[in-house]
Design a protein around this ligand. Sequence first.
Ligand code: CDP
Length: 335
Amino acid sequence: MIALRGATTVDCDCAEQIKERVKELLCEIKAKNRLDENKIICMIFSGTSDIHSYYPAKAAREAGFYSCPLFSALEPEIDGSLKLCIRVMVLAETSAPAEHVYLHNAAALRKDITQIINIALDGPAGSGKSTVSKILGKKLNILCLDTGAMYRACALKCLNEGVPANDEAAVAKIMEDISLEVKYADGVQRTFLDGKDVSEDIRKPEISMLASTVATLRCVREKMVALQREIASKTSCILDGRDIGTNVLPNAKFKFYLTASPEVRAQRRAEESRAKGFNVPYEQILQKIIQRDNQDINRKIAPLTVAGDAIIVDSSSMTVNEVVAFIENKIQEKI
Ligand code: CDP
């Protein structure tokens, strides 16, 4: 079962316009969600207290929805809320993703699902960015863009071509015709390098440091940042990386900087690597994390740093769920 939301406003409290706008709203919900009428379980309407002249639910019958149960309720008067507004929730038997509909300025009710929203989530390795971003992406029903995966793919390309990751001229040459694509399968990011799915290969431990090295180069960053901005301009997404809030999307409305002590981060990475069947000693992981932090923080172009307007979240003694809840609350407060 799915709950489809919709809302519309009217210019005045008059029966004719209420009927017309409600019909328009229901027809659009039906069309966008390819709804079969017999799959509709019920419709629940509410109207703001300045609507008296007509029951919004009645318009559903006039629009041809004859069989499903209908219910109309009055909304309390709340300071600052939209005036002359009608909302509907349509419960239906379908497993397709919901397409909610907001008409005639009612989008102001749900900016989170009607506007393009970009969330910048920056921070060092092991701070929990990718875990948090995946959970948040699912909860908010928006894409997650793991920008580190792109630098990892560039590093893999260098490795495959036998080009040292710090040789700017040689890297610039292979960057000229690199084909890097990010696709989504069931909401999960897959990274394609020159047409091949390299999502697993780029996770190999030796790629991490190489990615950090290749990410210091202007020729690499310019190309990756352009791609990231293009994706973010077309769809709501949460981007995790090092320079999203400072450089890729300096005007992002939501910016978070996730961090934790190097020891805690190394501990997390050690557990991850054990779970994957590798037995890398903790001390070695800690040393690599510190080395990579240093390189990311001290590089000349777009270094890892906290954006002035980012909210810092130190996850050293927080669970994943606590971090997610904290960030979610901050987003909801600002929407
Ligand atoms: O997952 P983990 O934190 O280990 O690293 P990652 O996010 O996959 O990023 C790998 C490397 O790419 C980082 O160490 C950075 O040097 C670089 N990177 C970057 O420079 N800018 C980004 N927006 C994302 C990653």
